[in-house]
Design a protein around this ligand. Structure first.
Ligand code: GLA
Length: 545
């Protein structure tokens, strides 16, 4: 058993973490909470899909400017992420990065060529955030060049503390850590990404600057089992599959490449691990390919609907300067963004299968009784599809329904919504009905003073009833009297554990939501939290939906 215990006391306390508690409390009270932006899946742009390893200062500036002029920033997109190709492996005698001064020159008077602070300052001046990229191994993905020659020694292994401190000193807000070198050396990703998380925490301690942690090892060794809270990281995303598409760089030899619709769908499928996802921790099915050659407008709408239902990061891979009006309208649709960014941070689950390839996906949203629903038709023929309120865990006969892509409010519907979904397409709905009931549980046993002294004392909930053996939404009421967020291991029915983040609550109580698969029939389910009462976090009680 991976013991979390005291080792996971974390340094950074973001005020927004409190909002997560507010959001959950609001669900119980029936009020609309504020959106805690920093806790939600990141939104922005990444350079790889459109620019490959040709990335430089001029190209980055143009994309940052396009994020403003296109209206993407106004819609909530904020990260400008520089991917592979910014650095070609040179270090000075002290092991510091040496950056090509021609590719990253001074932008403002008084700046020096070859200093990444220049581009970070430029991005920040646009009111945006800046992301950077490295590899967990000695080599990086540049040893498999896409355009141009191969480069070696482009990874951070052996320099973790130095490199992540440098990223923070340059002012970057986000770092993506790839796995080409780690894979080549057969390293253990759980160990390496844990060390990197600690290097990021140390850099934050020194600079006061937090790097958002993007783990990119393509689903190898099941990162959804070790990604949440790895190395004590608060807030992270982890890739769950390979790249949807190899880069498509206009005017280059690879300009003819196209996105495959099926690969986009299969990345969605591989990204579904609801047990690992809750506010701050997200599965990452890769940057979106929306707006790139290969997908039509309807497929683009389905693509972002799938990402939103699964609470995925919304990172645009396309060239922002070349997006057509329809792609931009799709990317900036307020409803689909609201579904993605919902403050409970729970992943959509498959609520019903109406027939082969005809699936009803449901995402539990913050406002009580609200669900985002995707009717997904994977078949090659149009199909009548429906969703029943009872499939969504709602009580009551009626619900109001909004169709996202037609922007139609359909008013109050009784029992169900029905429509014909075109072949290989989906219909995204936001509906609001009456929330179903919760079952309340207190811990199985109160701990004695002697038990409190034992490091591994656990808080256990037993006799939990499963509703049809399905996914359950669990509201965990807790107190965290220490000043930092704490990470606690949660094990359901003795299976592989996940890690849950509990922000500080001060003197009061807070709530965090997770989803668990209750696979035992009847009342046979058990939830075990590795939090020791007296350790700072008390798991007070749970409510199961
Ligand atoms: C891997 C990642 C991509 C991109 C490239 C860069 O393939 O999955 O997202 O970062 O490396 O080479």
């Amino acid at each position: 058993m991976r013991t979390i215990g005291k080792a996971f006391t974390c340094l950074g306390i973001a005020i927004v973490l409190f909002l997560c508690c507010d959001a959950a409390t609001a669900h119980a009270q029936g009020t609309q909470p504020a959106i805690a932006k920093i806790q939600q899946p990141p939104m922005g742009w990444s350079s790889w899909n459109a620019l490959s390893n040709t990335i430089n200062s001029e190209l980055t500036k143009a994309q940052a400017e396009a994020m403003l002029s296109s209206g993407l920033k106004r819609a909530g997109y904020e990260y400008v992420n520089i991917d592979e190709g910014w650095w070609l492996g040179d270090r000075d005698a002290q092991g510091n990065f040496v950056v090509d001064p021609k590719a990253w020159p001074a932008i403002e008077p008084g700046e020096h060529d070859g200093d990444m602070t220049n581009i970070v300052r430029f991005i920040h001046k646009q009111g945006l955030k800046a992301g950077i990229y490295t590899d967990a191994g000695k080599d990086g993905c540049s040893m498999f060049p896409d355009l141009g020659p191969a480069y070696f020694q482009v990874g951070s292994e052996g320099h973790y503390e130095q490199d992540f401190l440098q990223f923070a000193r340059w002012g970057f807000d986000y770092v993506k850590v790839d796995w080409c070198g780690g894979d080549k050396e057969n390293l253990d990703p759980d160990v390496q990404y844990g060390e990197i998380a600690r290097a990021i925490a140390r850099a934050e301690q020194i600079t006061g600057h937090r790097l958002y942690y993007s783990i990119c090892n393509w689903g190898k060794e099941s990162p959804w089992t070790w990604g949440p809270g790895v190395g004590g990281a608060l807030q992270s995303i982890w890739r769950t599959s390979g790249d949807i598409v190899a880069p498509v760089v206009a005017g280059s030899v690879n300009a003819g490449r196209k996105v495959a619709f099926d690969k986009m769908l299969s990345n969605f499928d591989q990204g579904i691990h609801p047990e690992a996802e809750h506010t701050g921790f997200y599965n990452d099915p890769d940057m979106m390919v929306l707006g790139m050659p290969g997908l039509n407008a309807a497929q683009n709408r389905l693509h972002i609907s799938l990402w939103a239902i699964s609470g995925a990061p919304l990172l645009v891979g396309a060239d922002l300067k070349r997006l057509d009006a329809e792609s931009l309208a799709t990317l900036t649709n307020g409803d689909v963004i609201r579904v993605d960014q919902d403050s409970l941070g729970l992943q959509g689950i498959k609520a019903a299968e109406l027939g082969p390839g005809l699936e009803v996906w449901s995402k539990f949203l913050t406002t009580p009784g609200e669900r985002a629903v995707l009717l997904l038709n994977r078949t090659y023929f149009p199909a009548p599809m429906s969703v029943k309120w009872t499939d969504l865990g709602l009580a009551g006969e009626t619900a109001t329904v909004r169709e996202v892509w037609t922007a139609k409010d359909l008013g109050i519907l009784k029992d169900r919504y029905e429509t014909t979904v075109p072949a290989q397409d989906g219909v995204l709905l936001i509906l609001k009905g009456t929330e179903g009931s919760f079952r309340h549980y207190e811990p199985a046993a109160k701990h004695t003073q002697e038990e409190l002294a034992i490091h591994d004392a656990e808080t256990r909930f037993t006799g939990i009833t499963a509703r049809k053996g399905e996914w359950a939404q669990v509201r965990i009421t807790y107190t965290n009297s220490v000043v930092a967020a704490r990470l606690v291991e949660l094990r359901v029915n003795g299976q592989v554990a996940t890690v849950v983040e509990f922000p500080p609550t001060g003197a009061g109580q807070g709530a965090v939501w997770v989803q668990t698969h209750l696979d035992q029939p009847g009342t046979g389910n058990m939830l075990n939290f590795a939090a020791s009462p007296g350790d700072g976090v008390n798991i007070d009680n749970i409510d199961v939906h």
